[in-house]
Design a protein around this ligand. Structure first.
Ligand SMILES: [Zn+2]
Length: 92
């Protein structure tokens, strides 16, 4: 058995841009160590969030949370519904 000793293989082969944003800019917005501490406020299981553009996205419920000036708005009342989030992400 070969345990995966590289939990973030994608980080080494990160694309130069993500949805038009330079990867360096994304990393500057949310620190990966900080992101790992965050969880979706709407899900009981507190799943981890994934950064997509200027949003944090919950893969469990599909809600998105806006990142404003580097601070994610992780409040249930600020949650962007999945349909609206898709609109925002596709509209760029
Ligand atoms: Zn969620």
């Amino acid at each position: 058995m070969h345990p995966p000793n590289d939990p973030w293989p994608a980080a080494r082969v990160a694309p130069r841009t993500v949805r038009g944003y330079p990867a360096e800019t994304l990393q500057a917005v949310i620190d990966p160590d900080f992101l790992a501490l965050l969880a979706c406020p709407l899900c009981e299981s507190r799943p981890p969030l994934r950064q997509q553009g200027e949003f944090l996205v919950c893969d469990a419920c599909g809600h998105g949370y806006r990142i404003v000036a580097g601070i994610p708005e992780l409040l249930p009342e600020d949650a962007i519904p999945p349909a609206k989030l898709k609109e925002l992400l596709d509209g760029r």
